[in-house]
Design a binder for this molecule. Sequence first.
Ligand code: GAR
Length: 221
Amino acid sequence: MSAAKKRVAVLISGRGSNMAALIEASKAPDYPAEIVLVVSNKADAAGLASASAQGIKTAVVDHRDFAHRETFDAEIDRLLKSYRIDMVCLAGFMRLLTPDFVAGWRDRMINIHPSLLPAFKGLHTHRRALEAGVKLAGCTVHFVRSDMDDGPIIIQAAVPVLDTDTEDALSARILAAEHQIYPRALELVSAGKVQVRNERVIRLDAKAAEDTGVLMCDGGV
Ligand code: GAR
């Protein structure tokens, strides 16, 4: 008998295209995770409607209703526990989480960021990559630690930067790669195929030698 699927909550603040990619991937019968809850800190996040349309439970926890980060995080934690959540995916969730919350979900919470971390943490990632003149950009899925966009790296996708790129063009090319690696990373973690050792992610299964955790995207150059 196969192991029970991990119960996953996705935390969003906006569009939710990565959330949608996770929901889509989780429809495969052998996918080791199911998305049971989507939580947003913004009531008008577009991702809420698309999750509801797929029959997934949604909740809004508006950070403005809380005087302190600790009480906001405690409410999210209560909600996650009430749904018996095993794993949390941050998908464009634009709130810093408190160290206590992060510690409580250590190695059970992952995030996606549109850069090859540790480069370009934080906001305006694509603009800063263009300004820096890097030739290779990309995205990263990592376990969450209390510093922003920090933690052991599970998968990265490398995406070329073209001379003609605008912020929008680069961001669209990276987003397409995000939609590939986030479902793959959640699959690896949920199936117990990776483990964090000394703050590095190690592949445990036999495929480790051929599957390096790197995706090279062809930008046509
Ligand atoms: C994505 O590009 C994600 O990598 C980024 O926000 C966007 C959310 O889009 N996250 C961060 O910058 C985290 N530091 P989505 O709502 O369509 O998934």
